[in-house]
Design a protein around this ligand. Structure first.
Ligand SMILES: NC(=O)c1ccc[n+]([C@@H]2O[C@H](COP(=O)([O-])OP(=O)(O)OC[C@H]3O[C@@H](n4cnc5c(N)ncnc54)[C@H](OP(=O)(O)O)[C@@H]3O)[C@@H](O)[C@H]2O)c1
Length: 354
């Protein structure tokens, strides 16, 4: 029998998903969301802030061209399963600012009384508006950008505010002090940095320590195929200093899943966005992914589940920030088992080094 299919915003859905999405307007968060124990929580470094092991990032699929009901469905699915940390940035879209606007609308329409159950982060650091004050790490830019973000989100404060990337043209003291002041003004509760190398991280930590800034997280790319955070000594330094690593692109933008197992689907990031290039999909990589898939299967996991579990195997990693283009992906991505045998770890390392 042919199952009925529905298309929303370029996504093909079965009848159950379609009906669920159509009822979003009346939907309320699942009262059993914590009782299901779908999610575990870890402290962000040595701070008191707990984060879900899996957080949801809104870099892709929450822009001005994406379907609103689809976005709202993903936020409900995440929240209903204990994923209470949502990661944004001023420039997530496209159009810059669109993800914050869409998320703000979802909060307003569907989660008006759930703010205190959510950890919401945003960032500034990439080019956001024209002229000399719309980019970088100056006090001028960071202060104005967070004010704009709060407006788009409809919030009084964010839980974590990050400097999105280092700015070699601004003294580190200025950037750190600007972030510190935003905490003093009550616009952010905690501070993070992102994409800083080890030397610049150390310089920032020195300033934050002097100011007693609640600096708690370093957001960095970390996955089975990108071990820079380990090789550079950043992960070790984080453990030593008591701040957490929060890993972005833990699935290597979808490579570490079954998405590209049989080719490049039309609805994939590789087809729809410039951030994941087709050249990455070499025969050597496909072979590596297949071998990793076999290790995952022996653990009773999919490749995506194992890839996320692997990043979370050490407690220095406070959370993985996954992206998703559907609720089904979120449901797969929360199945974490961060316990690995030595033999499994060696096998995985052997495959990744090849
Ligand atoms: N600080 C920074 O500079 C920085 C940089 C990058 C990202 N980030 C943050 O990290 C978040 C996550 O980054 P990311 O989106 O690159 O993470 P990712 O989890 O590595 O990749 C997410 C993409 O993989 C595919 N996918 C996810 N789960 C899947 C599954 N179970 N099966 C098949 N495909 C699956 C989806 O792509 P399809 O669309 O192809 O389905 C999804 O959009 C961002 O949203 C952002 O918040 C921060």
């Amino acid at each position: 029998m042919n199952e009925k299919k529905f298309v929303i915003g370029g996504h093909t859905l079965d009848e159950t998903a379609f009906k669920r999405i159509m009822q979003n307007k009346e939907r309320i968060p699942d009262p059993m969301r914590y009782k299901k124990e779908a999610m575990h929580y870890r402290r962000a470094g040595a701070s008191g802030l707990k984060l879900p092991e899996v957080s949801l990032g809104l870099w892709h699929n929450f822009g001005s061209m994406d379907n609103y009901e689809f976005m709202r469905d993903m936020i409900f699915t995440a929240f209903d399963n204990g994923v209470c940390h949502f990661d944004l940035a001023n420039n997530y879209g496209p159009r810059n600012g669109a993800a914050e606007e869409n998320f703000g609308r979802i909060l307003r329409e569907s989660f008006p009384s759930y703010r205190d159950e959510m950890c919401i982060s945003t960032k500034a650091g990439f080019g956001m508006w024209k002229g000399p004050y719309g980019d970088g790490g100056s006090k001028k830019y960071l202060t104005a950008s967070l004010d704009q973000s709060l407006k788009r989100l409809g919030l009084d404060y964010v839980d974590i505010f990050y400097h999105h990337r280092p700015d070699p043209n601004t003294p580190i003291e200025e950037t750190c002090y600007a972030l510190h002041r935003l905490v003093e003004q009550g616009k952010a509760l905690y501070i993070g940095i992102s994409n800083y190398d080890l030397a610049r991280t150390k310089a920032a930590v020195d300033v934050f320590r002097e100011l007693r800034t609640p600096f708690i997280l370093h957001q960095t790319c970390y996955n089975l195929l990108d071990r820079t955070a380990e090789q550079s000594g950043l992960k070790e330094y984080a453990a030593e200093q008591g701040f957490g690593i929060i890993a972005y692109s833990p699935l290597a933008q979808g490579l570490l899943t079954d998405k590209y197992r049989y080719g490049i689907p039309e609805d994939s990031r590789m087809r729809k966005s410039f951030t994941l290039k087709e050249e990455r999909l070499t025969p050597a990589l496909l072979q590596k992914l297949q071998k990793l898939r076999e290790v995952a299967a022996a653990r009773g996991q999919t490749l995506a589940e194992m890839a996320l579990s692997w990043v979370l195997k050490d407690k220095t990693v406070s959370s993985v920030i996954v992206g998703a283009s559907s609720s089904e992906q979120i449901l797969e991505n929360i199945r974490i088992n961060p316990v690995f045998t030595q033999e499994e770890l060696e096998k995985i390392d052997g495959i990744c080094k090849d």
